[in-house]
Design a protein around this ligand. Structure first.
Ligand code: SD4
Length: 322
């Protein structure tokens, strides 16, 4: 009897020590990975590095995403965002951008001309107006009233390309996967708050006035501080059709891991395809409240940059169409 209870004691003791170990392991596994920032495409590396300066010193995700994407907007060699972006079919550079913080504050501009940093105008819409979205002339008038400078955004390189395009285009907006890229950035700061920003010159040689998913909250970007954040790139028409980023965040709310949520959204685009699937690209990038991230795209070629305490790196998204 005595021996047995001693054995039980030892056995129970061993069990409780290993149970404790398991609990500790589980706690470690659940430790939130923060701060962390993610952005779409290769230029995400430089944008992340800029955002990291803010995040790594305890700054807010909102400031980090704004400053991060501004860098790409200002780069004339990036031909799909901000200054130097490819124009529409009339030769006009029209920009779309939106920003969202952890308190569901949102700001957006669309079809904005002549301003190098549309993301900062979007932030001003969010913080200084009773509205959430301004477009075209109204957005420009507001930007100028806030001290933004009116500038020519069409660089000689972009103009030359556009003039070449005019020769053969028959003025038809093209649908292909090469001549567009957007920077979408999502971040979780040290305080555990999420924010996101998305900015683009949209599809090259689009019809004048065309607006994609990027400035539309719920399509090109969505943030819910209880759940996670998502951003999108690719053919805006397809992303808007499924309310893409809102869908990804809601799928995470239902328990999907970030990559699974992105995959399910891509599946939905795939199932409801209206154009030749090879002519369309859509990519989603998601981050949850625990700092776990994932991505998925329709066809090979989408990559994204991740910066956390382990460094800044470029990863390839998995894809649907083999
Ligand atoms: C748009 N989604 O205007 C943007 C373009 C883009 O990769 O992301 N291209 O439809």
């Amino acid at each position: 009897m005595k021996t047995q209870s001693r054995r039980n004691f030892i056995k129970n003791g061993t069990l409780s020590i290993s149970a404790l170990g398991l609990l500790r392991q589980a706690a470690l596994a659940q430790e939130v990975q923060k701060p962390i920032v993610l952005s779409t495409w290769r230029f995400g590396l430089q944008a992340n590095a800029e955002a990291w300066k803010i995040l790594s010193t305890g700054g807010q995700a909102l400031d980090a995403v704004e400053q991060g994407v501004r860098l790409v907007e200002l780069d004339p060699n990036e031909r799909s965002v901000g200054y130097g972006g490819r124009p529409d079919r009339d030769g006009r550079v029209t920009l779309d951008a939106c920003i969202m913080d952890h308190e569901l504050n949102i700001g957006s501009v669309a079809c904005l001309e002549h301003i190098k940093n549309p993301i900062s105008v979007a932030r001003a819409v969010m913080q200084k107006t009773p509205h959430v979205m301004l477009v075209g002339e109204g957005a420009l008038t507001f930007a100028l009233s806030q001290g933004f400078k009116k500038e020519n955004l069409l660089t000689p390189e972009s103009e030359k390309e556009w003039r070449e395009w005019l020769k053969t285009s028959q003025y038809q907006p093209p649908v292909n996967i090469e001549n567009h890229d957007t920077i979408g950035m999502i971040a979780l700061d040290q305080a555990g708050n999420l924010s996101g920003a998305c900015t683009t010159s949209g599809l090259a040689y689009k019809m004048h006035g065309r607006i994609g998913d990027s400035p539309i909250i719920g399509a090109g970007l969505y943030v819910d501080n209880e759940v996670g954040a998502a951003t999108a790139t690719g053919h805006g028409e397809e992303v808007i059709r499924i309310a893409g980023c809102h869908l990804v965040v809601e799928l995470m709310r239902q328990g999907r891991a970030p990559e699974e949520a992105c995959k399910e959204a891509v599946e939905r685009v795939y199932k409801k395809q209206r154009k030749k699937i090879r002519d369309i690209q859509v990519g989603f990038l998601a981050l949850n409240k625990e700092g776990i991230y994932g991505s998925f795209c329709l066809q090979k070629g989408f990559n994204y940059a991740v910066h956390n305490k382990d460094g800044n790196r470029l990863l390839n998204a998995d894809y649907k169409v083999q």
